[in-house]
Design a protein around this ligand. Structure first.
Ligand code: ZN
Length: 247
């Protein structure tokens, strides 16, 4: 079984279509979505519809999803994110708002190998931005491989006993990590729609549970199209600029 792992699409349909095209070439059977379908990008309905069409095997909500559908207020967001999420709330169709409001809270246990969360297994809103936070998440995870999003940086950590390390920051077109039985892994597939590691290319991952290969991919997509849509929608220009910078 091959799992396509998508996170932090953020209303960027141009990035999502490019990622799905590359994913079809490498092949997958089931889709997992780690939250933040919407927020920032100009195509929230199109992205929700496209994700629905993939019939994800497992999906959870992200912090932007719950604010964009009106479940929570945007007090914790910076001013630009607040503007974007307010725009998204009004842009979403009532049916898509309901869909986002009904998304489960992570962690969700997918099978014997995998669990998915948005921020961390402990808190869907927490950012894993330090090795201490990564180690804590690994200790709290309930499966050999814990998949997370939220930071928009594709990283793999692993732990065996007291031996903890960051395995890789995935910035090659393809990065392969073998999931070895003695280790526990914490994997961020990167962000489809708003990468933040200084590399504008979209990120995603595919896990093959037979070969134990976790592949992380980076793909170029038409950034200028996504930028034009953001500007034409009247969203903050900073959201268009950051896509080109990968910030
Ligand atoms: Zn996000």
């Amino acid at each position: 079984m091959r799992y396509l792992i998508l996170s932090d699409i953020h209303g960027n349909l141009d990035a999502l279509e490019t990622v799905l095209g590359r994913a079809s070439e490498v092949g997958y059977d089931r889709t997992l979505v780690l939250g933040d379908l919407v927020g920032y990008g100009a195509e929230p309905n199109e992205v929700v519809d496209r994700v629905l069409g993939l019939a994800p095997f497992a999906i959870i909500r992200g912090n932007h999803d719950k604010v964009a559908c009106g479940l929570e207020d945007s007090d914790g967001f910076n001013p630009v994110a607040q503007q974007a999420v307010a725009w998204t709330y009004y842009a979403l169709t009532p049916a898509n708002r309901d869909y986002l409001a009904a998304l489960p809270i992570g962690p969700v246990y997918v099978d014997a190998d995998l669990e998915i969360c948005h921020g961390s297994p402990e808190d869907e809103d927490a950012y894993i931005t330090s090795e201490i936070a990564a180690l804590r998440a690994l200790r709290l995870s309930q499966r050999p491989v814990c998949l997370y999003g939220h930071t928009h940086v594709p990283l793999v950590f692993r732990l065996v006993g007291d031996e903890f390390e960051m395995v890789v920051h995935a910035q090659d077109e393809e990065t392969h990590v073998t999931i070895e039985p003695e280790f526990r892994y914490l994997v961020n597939p990167g962000s489809v729609g708003q990468p933040r590691d200084g590399d504008p290319r979209a990120g995603f991952a595919v896990f093959d549970n037979a070969s134990r290969d976790m592949s992380l991919y980076r793909v170029e997509y038409p950034v200028e199209l996504a930028q034009r849509r953001i500007v034409e929608a009247g969203l903050p220009q900073a959201l268009a600029r950051r896509l080109a910078l990968g910030r």
